[in-house]
Design a binder for this molecule. Structure first.
Ligand code: SAM
Length: 219
């Protein structure tokens, strides 16, 4: 890996290690968890008690908790992130939360570009505000690799918007243009739907959801 690439990775990890506590408080008050839970519940996903779920770039676990709130009876959810400190905060949130089944959630540290999981290991992958840190093609290809054919990717990128631009500056990432999101998604997935959150929910100010289905299933 080139020195520049390595430094960039280390910088992102160090940045989130430093801001994990504050970032977690901000996420707790902005209602993302409830918005994600409501959306996921509305999908009526075909998940079973032996299903495996990955939250790729889970940060402090807000989206993982949103998934838990949605009430799907899965075997295991992996909260995966580059930042050790974010995962430590996430673990503590999972343990404290009365609605969550902390025993069913594992935290794993690593880079979303090199997931330490077998091909087709997961029934569902969720990723929110993470692929902005990596080349989109590399990120989506790796997420597609670990999804079962026909499995769903709930892809929640930052959308080009005023709030998105502020977040881009604060959190040091790059928003992917919508044309790229659509074009590159279609290399590995069918686009099943695009969801716009209601504007009264703060998540709507910076995010839409692309519901993607891994190609190779029964079409
Ligand atoms: C804006 S936060 C989003 C966290 C969480 N998904 C949420 O919506 O609250 C971005 C997260 O992506 C993680 N991240 C950035 N680059 C990553 C990479 N290459 N591999 C894994 N995680 C990464 C950061 O550590 C951080 O926790």
């Amino acid at each position: 890996m080139s020195r520049k690439k390595k430094d960039r990775k280390t910088n992102t990890q160090g940045f989130y290690d430093r801001i994990a506590d504050v970032h977690n408080v901000a996420l707790k008050i902005n209602g993302y968890r409830a918005s994600v839970a409501k959306y996921l519940r509305s999908l009526k996903l075909d998940l079973k008690p032996d299903s495996l779920v990955l939250d790729a770039g889970s940060g402090t676990g807000i989206v993982t908790l949103g998934f838990q709130d949605a009430g799907y009876p899965v075997k295991k959810t992996i909260a995966y992130d580059l930042s050790h400190k974010s995962l430590k905060v996430a673990r503590s949130e999972f343990e404290k939360d009365k609605r969550a089944n902390a025993d069913s959630i594992s935290t794993v540290q690593g880079n979303v570009l090199v997931l330490p999981f077998a091909d087709a290991a997961f029934d569902l992958v969720i990723t929110c505000g993470v692929l902005e840190y990596v080349p989109l093609d590399d990120g989506l290809r790796e997420l597609a690799r670990v999804l079962k054919p026909g499995g769903r990717l709930v892809f929640i990128p930052v959308k080009p918007s005023l709030v998105g631009s502020v977040l881009e500056f604060l959190y040091k990432f790059r928003i992917h243009p919508i044309e790229n999101v659509r074009r590159i998604s279609q290399q590995y997935f069918n686009i099943v739907g695009v969801h716009k959150f209601p504007l009264k929910e703060p998540i709507a100010w910076s995010k839409n959801v692309y519901l993607l289905e891994r190609k190779g299933g029964t079409e």
